[in-house]
Design a protein. Structure first.
Length: 333
């Protein structure tokens, strides 16, 4: 290095992990958290906070898969149905005394197969994934209803020891399933930020034509991500069975809307090319805290959807204001 050259200090580690959208949603989360802490004496109790975390865990598995898929420019809205179908398949096998490993493998394989079908059909007939998954959403739900006979499938007690411990066990008060979800989220974040595949999926979502011209296989990348989304939905379904000991054929109905809301609030661009798992986790946290506040405040169920919609708008407005303020600072520097 030349003598006398200025040394530019590296930014703090946390700054590289927070982009404009994440700063905005962090502000929204802190705002709702402070409101909750000051408006209800029950909000900051350990039982309530762990309950919020547990309620978001099953949505969180789905959000990881949907978020990565959306970053690549595709949308998977069949995840709620895959969630229910995978849980039903696993429960039916356990109900008929199948080995635990076989039941879990078939449940996860169901999700992989559903995701693979979604991706393959989308690539074969050259239509957006949202169109294909809109159709398969109904197909997978109908299949779950047929297999279960229209009724919830209860697993015969006692469950195998490992499965029961996995579903009901805790570490320092936190569910084992939640810890598995957080580990998957960390792994996914590292893949997006630190690997060539993460760079490729963001490039595919940002500009598919340019990605194709530089040699990236756009179709294969999206196929892999749609398949992964199906796997994550199935993993969530199997975990829910371990936790609840029952699988309903209508379980997961409406999950796709909540997941998409969390992903979009978390800063993933609808057209792809931008986003992070950290932002998605923050989006999930905003939704979880506010849904909890609705219960604590005693808001009538008839108002729930309307109030939730207003919160989504407010959260996205804070994200937009943060992005605009950051852009103005950069422009003025």
């Amino acid at each position: 290095m030349c003598e006398g050259a200025a040394v530019i200090p590296e930014p703090p580690w946390w700054r590289s992990w927070l982009v404009f959208e994440e700063r905005g949603i962090t502000a929204a989360f802190l705002l709702f958290f402070i409101v909750g802490a000051t408006s209800s004496p029950y909000f900051l109790t350990i039982d309530n906070l762990t309950g919020i975390l547990q309620s978001l865990t099953f949505l969180g598995f789905l959000a990881i898969g949907v978020g990565l898929t959306l970053m690549a420019g595709e949308i998977d809205i069949s995840v709620g149905s895959v969630f229910g179908l995978a849980a039903v398949v696993t429960a039916l096998l356990l109900h008929h005394d199948a080995p635990l490993w076989l039941a879990i493998a078939c449940g996860l394989g169901t999700g992989l197969g559903c995701g693979l079908v979604n991706g393959t059909v989308a690539q074969m007939i050259r239509v957006p994934g949202v169109v294909v998954t809109l159709a398969t959403l109904g197909v997978y739900r109908a299949l779950a209803l047929v297999l279960a006979g229209g009724s919830p499938v209860r697993v015969v007690s006692p469950l195998p020891g490992f499965f029961d411990t996995f579903g009901q066990g805790t570490v320092c008060g936190v569910s084992v399933i939640t810890l598995v979800f957080l580990a998957m989220a960390l792994l996914a974040e590292l893949v997006v930020r630190r690997t060539a595949f993460g760079f490729r999926l963001l490039a595919v979502g940002s500009n598919p034509l340019a990605a194709h011209l530089v040699g990236f296989r756009v179709g294969r990348t999206r196929l892999v991500l749609l398949t992964f989304s199906g796997f994550m939905a199935a993993l969530s379904g199997v975990c829910s069975l371990a936790y609840l000991h029952t699988a309903g054929p209508t379980a997961g109905t409406g999950y796709e809307l909540s997941v998409l809301a969390a992903v979009i609030i978390g800063g993933v661009r609808l057209t792809g090319g931008r986003g992070s798992i950290l932002g998605i986790l923050l989006g999930l946290a905003v939704i979880g805290v506010f849904q909890n506040l609705i219960v604590l405040w005693g808001i009538p169920p008839s108002w729930t959807q309307g109030v939730s919609g207003m919160v989504l708008i407010a959260s996205m407005a804070l994200t937009w204001l943060s992005r605009r303020a950051s852009s103005n600072r950069l422009g003025g520097s």
